[in-house]
Design a protein around this ligand. Structure first.
Ligand code: GLU
Length: 426
């Protein structure tokens, strides 16, 4: 649940459109389809009052942008962060459309959130804020229409409150078959085995594949990670099994380094007692943000917020691979510099798709009243994400492009086919 606060705010949706246009130009995307997917379908904006613990009323702003549902119901997380606004949510929603299309799962793209610093509120206040937001969204979400999930600063507890509130608003007959209105729920409330670690697991699966393809021995490799929330901490814990050495970590509380290695499990134990902040971890040295990005290692996993790899920071990077655990960590200029430097980059819409892939499994299990074992989940996740990886690397080869553009090409080709088959109503 950590996030780097240094991210400068800029037109994120412009970044999406520029990435999109590069790929659309490369494949000569049908101009009509280009027009359709360049805009989100629906944008919901709600302001709602909540009673605070001291009796005061505060007004909150929440959003849900539904970018596209031609491949299936709208799908995507909800984030609680002060930087949440319509532009950011719009960009994140579009990335979900591309992500589900690359993964080739029958879901569309959406994203939402509340503009809020959750650390400033008590747990009871967060519950009331979440329930009132769910009420304000009403039937704009639904189990076969638009299915939220966790994202930055939201977790399974928040999903359980959304589920409970949503069910209260339904007639008794509808309630029993609506548990799949959110994914990322606690296991007892209909969650899936492996959903918690899913995004980090997906990141590790693609890194493993990259290592295989490049004859790179992960056992002797080093890496550093930005963000030690759900994605960053799980990726680190799962990489431990390969012996890959974690040499630096950064979160909103600061950055730390230890060239001899940081044990991710030990760091997880530490943050649990330290308000989920890495600052003050005794088995590493504190360093500043700029030094952190200059760390010489094999792999960098940005797993925090957007716009971290930019014209300012990209020239300093000293790695072979960037595996984007976060959504949108690299801006357009950053991308160009990374390519010039010859650094491989596994783009967000492929690299962090593990979360939504296991969300899809959770949704299916709920619909069928089934419970799948972790082993089965991991096997299916591996198959889907590595299929995506292979399609993306093949497209990069065919079109002689970078992997981000290649991932967009895979997504746009799939959307283009479906639009052509179905046509436009009326
Ligand atoms: N928030 C995650 C993402 O950005 C997961 C979305 C989901 O599971 O629906 O991919």
């Amino acid at each position: 649940m950590s996030a780097n606060e240094t991210s400068p705010k800029k037109n994120l949706f412009q970044t999406v459109l520029r990435q999109f246009n590069t790929a659309a130009d490369t494949i000569n995307l049908d101009p009509d389809i280009r027009k359709i997917v360049a805009k989100p379908m629906n944008e919901i904006s709600v302001n709602f009052p909540v009673k605070m613990d001291d009796g005061r009323i505060e007004i909150f702003s929440g959003y849900r942008v539904q970018h596209n549902n031609v491949l299936g119901p709208f799908k995507g997380g909800l984030r609680y962060h002060p930087a949440v606004d319509l532009d950011e949510v719009r960009a994140l929603a579009a990335w979900m459309t591309w992500k589900t299309a690359v993964a080739d799962i029958p879901l569309g793209g959406a994203k939402g959130g509340i503009q809020i610093d959750p650390s400033k509120y008590s747990i009871r206040e967060l519950e009331r804020i979440t329930r009132r937001f769910t009420f304000a969204l009403g039937d704009n979400i639904g189990p076969d229409y638009d299915i939220p999930a966790p994202d930055v600063n939201t977790n399974s507890q928040i999903m359980a409150w959304i589920l409970d509130t949503y069910l209260q608003m339904k007639s008794p007959g509808e309630r029993y078959r609506s548990t799949h209105v959110v994914t990322g729920k606690p296991i007892e409330s209909g969650g899936s085995a492996g959903r918690d670690k899913a995004t980090g697991q997906g990141v590790v699966f693609v890194i493993e594949q990259w290592a295989k393809d490049n004859n790179f021995d992960l056992t002797n490799g080093t890496y550093f990670v930005q963000g030690f929330g759900n994605v960053g901490s799980w990726a680190a814990r799962l990489l431990k099994k390969f012996g890959t050495r974690l040499v630096g970590v950064e979160d909103a509380s600061g950055a730390i380094i230890n060239p001899a290695g940081i044990d991710p499990d030990d760091l997880c134990e530490y943050i649990e007692k330290n308000n989920y902040a890495i600052a003050g971890y005794p088995k590493a040295e504190p360093i500043d943000h700029n030094e952190f990005l200059r760390i010489k290692a094999d792999i960098f996993i940005p797993a925090a917020l957007e716009n971290q790899i930019t014209a300012r920071t990209a020239p300093d990077l000293n790695v072979r691979l960037i595996a984007e655990g976060a959504n949108g960590p690299t801006d357009i200029e950053g991308d160009r510099i990374v390519q010039e430097k010859g650094i491989d980059l596994i783009p967000d819409i492929l690299c962090n798709a593990g979360g939504v892939i296991v969300s899809y499994f959770e949704w299916l299990q709920n619909k069928r009243s089934e419970f799948w074992e972790l082993e089965e989940i991991d096997k299916k996740l591996h198959r889907i994400i590595i299929n995506g990886y292979k399609k993306v690397t093949a497209a990069a080869e065919t079109y002689k492009t970078d992997w981000r553009t290649a991932a967009y090409i895979v997504a746009l080709r799939r959307l283009e086919r479906v639009f052509k088959e179905r046509g436009i109503f009326p």
